[in-house]
Ligand binder design. Structure first.
Ligand code: ATP
Ligand code: MG
Length: 563
């Protein structure tokens, strides 16, 4: 694949992408009265961020041009498909913000019709039953530079073909014994036209049709015809199907189909440091490299939801990435920027300390406490305020203190004065260490005149630290997710599983959260001031809160990219 930096939409603002241009044109010229699209997942895995692009495109154009978009499961291979995936896909499409309404379909709804069309091809001399073994068929297919060879069974009579095909359907033969093939051209330059398989024998029960069938249409024989049955006007798919288009058109031309959808291909979404191959993602789950399809390190929609990524930020990301025909690889920075822009605008602010260091305010009266007001969003007064208890003992971030600070370290150090957010100025008077020499506590004093964070005498401090009250803070586990792969192009030089980052998960066992975070909603990201965006994980229990880091506050990729 040629690597082109993704530079946003490929057509000018307002005009939309090339697909929208085609649709507008088709509506303007009256070729179509309304637009019908579909999102056609195969239920053999969970949806990932690449699928989000296809979902946003298909549902997006239907909404924008007053048409409709069907959700259709291309469920033609029961060997790999499961109900769990069907349920997950529906959940994820809804979560992403799209509604198929009444228009939920399955290729398996059309099995009867597709079967009849197979007989139609047989009867018109355009399909035959091949008894060759899979190996023989592969060997006689030829290569890109050499034509294939006709099967010795290619010239069977219509009667014989019908008889064999019906007996395949009746279950007389084992898996792989025979295949129904289209009779097109074994020396076609396009390999897809070299008598492709239409039906295979597969004694396997199907999530929807149970044991009704033991032969199943191939994806190629079902896909275009399903579109036609649904009256799809614009059959939008990714570039790898460009070479299949002549085959789909051959089917449409040779079958009494109700409509003739046109196929348009766009470039799939690729992301650096990320794998979007279902085969690899399935293996990551099955072989327990991750904890499941919704492990927050995965690129699946279920994982992103669990991680606290707002669906609107995914839609925005897809929009910024644009739709074009040039293969490209998108930077993670662009993905994270979309998430950050959304959360910066919408996420409530809270305080939490990831690695606590105890602070005792020596001149704060023992046993006393007060409540200080903190704002929930700096740019949105309507978000209101909340109260945080303040007392003699607090926690600050371990990183915010240095006993021997270098020149530009403005945070806390012996003798230095800093502001505690929403509270007071404090000065560090003494450092307490344990027997191993580790700093375990800071003895500080506060200036009661600086309540709210400003000194009446106008003196300034150079740092504002976040903190939590020691007694009231809630202990929590915080999970930081790093890249799942160590290379921007995982697998480019061999085994993709060898490129897995052994440090992809960092667990912080003893973080402390301000008390209001006890009521936080699972999956809803909040900004922990100065730290990033975090949300409660589904594994949280009343006894143990678990938070996920959704994304950091700043772009860390610029550095990663530079090497
Ligand atoms: P496979 O066919 O190998 O199982 P797939 O990712 O193509 O994997 P499908 O369920 O067939 O999975 O995908 C459903 C739709 O999503 C298809 O129309 C496909 O073209 C589209 N799609 C899949 N991956 C991407 C991607 N990375 N970018 C954009 N669209 C994608
Ligand atoms: Mg596919």
């Amino acid at each position: 694949m040629s690597e082109v930096e993704s530079s946003g939409a490929t057509t000018p603002e307002g005009a939309g992408d090339f697909i929208r241009e085609i649709i507008r044109n088709d509506l303007a010229t009256g070729r179509h009265k309304s637009v019908v699209t579909r999102f056609p997942p195969e239920p053999n895995g969970y949806l990932h961020i690449g699928h989000a692009k296809s979902i946003c495109l298909n549902f997006g154009v239907a909404t924008e041009y007053g048409g409709r978009c069907n959700l259709r499961f291309d469920d033609t291979n029961p060997a790999k498909e499961e109900q769990e995936y069907i349920d997950a896909i529906k959940r994820d499409v809804s979560w992403l913000g799209f509604d198929w309404g009444e228009h939920l379909y399955h290729a398996s709804d059309y099995f009867e019709q597709i079967y009849d069309w197979a007989e139609h091809l047989i009867k018109s001399g355009k399909a035959y039953v091949d008894d060759q073994s899979p190996d023989e068929m592969r060997a006689s297919r030829g290569t890109l530079t050499e034509p294939g060879r006709n099967s010795p069974f290619r010239d069977r009579s219509v009667e014989e073909n019908l008889d064999f095909f019906r007996r395949m359907k009746a279950g007389e033969f084992p898996n792989g014994a025979r295949v129904l093939r289209a009779k097109i051209n074994m020396s076609a330059g396009n390999m897809n036209l070299r008598d492709p398989a239409l039906y295979r024998i597969l004694h396997d029960s199907h999530p929807r049709t149970g044991n009704a069938w033991c032969i199943y249409p191939t994806y190629d024989f079902a896909h275009g015809q399903s579109d036609s049955i649904e009256g799809v006007t614009h059959s939008i798919c990714t570039l790898e199907f460009e070479d299949h288009r002549p085959l789909y058109e051959w089917f449409l031309a040779n079958l009494p189909v109700p409509s003739h959808p046109r196929q348009y291909e766009f470039a799939r979404l690729n992301l650096r440091y990320t794998v979007l191959s279902k085969r690899v993602l399935t293996k990551l789950v099955r072989e327990k490299y991750v904890t499941g399809w919704d492990d927050p390190r995965m690129p699946t929609l279920a994982a992103l939801r669990r991680r606290g990524v707002p669906p609107a930020s995914l839609r925005e990301f897809v929009k910024r990435a644009g739709v074009g025909r040039a293969n490209s690889v998108t930077d993670l920075a662009m993905f994270e920027a979309a998430i950050r822009d959304d959360l910066n605008k919408n996420a409530a602010r809270r305080m939490a300390v990831l690695r606590p260091l105890k602070v005792v305010i020596e001149n704060y009266p023992e046993g006393a406490s007060e409540e200080l007001e903190a704002i929930n969003h700096p740019e949105n007064p309507e978000a209101g305020t909340r109260r945080i208890p303040f007392g003699r003992e607090l926690y600050i971030e371990r990183d915010d203190f240095m006993e021997e600070p270098p020149k530009k370290f403005f945070r806390l150090s012996p003798g230095a004065e800093v502001r505690l957010r929403y509270a007071y100025f404090i000065t560090c008077r003494e450092v307490v260490k344990d027997t191993s020499g580790e700093v375990v506590e800071l003895r500080c004093t506060y200036d009661p005149a600086t309540k709210g964070g400003n000194a009446p005498d106008g003196r300034k401090v150079k740092a504002t630290l976040h903190w939590v009250p020691a007694a009231e803070a809630i202990p929590a586990e915080v999970r930081i997710y790093n890249l799942l792969f160590t290379r921007p192009d995982p697998g480019a030089e061999g085994d993709v599983f060898a490129d897995i980052n052994p440090q992809s998960l960092e667990v912080i066992g003893d973080a402390r959260l301000e008390p209001s975070l006890g009521q936080a909603k699972v999956g809803e990201a909040m900004q922990f001031e100065r730290l990033g965006y975090f949300c409660p994980d589904i594994e949280s229990t009343p006894d143990k809160l678990v938070f996920n880091r959704t994304v950091g506050l700043r772009d860390s990729w610029a550095k990663a990219q530079g090497g």
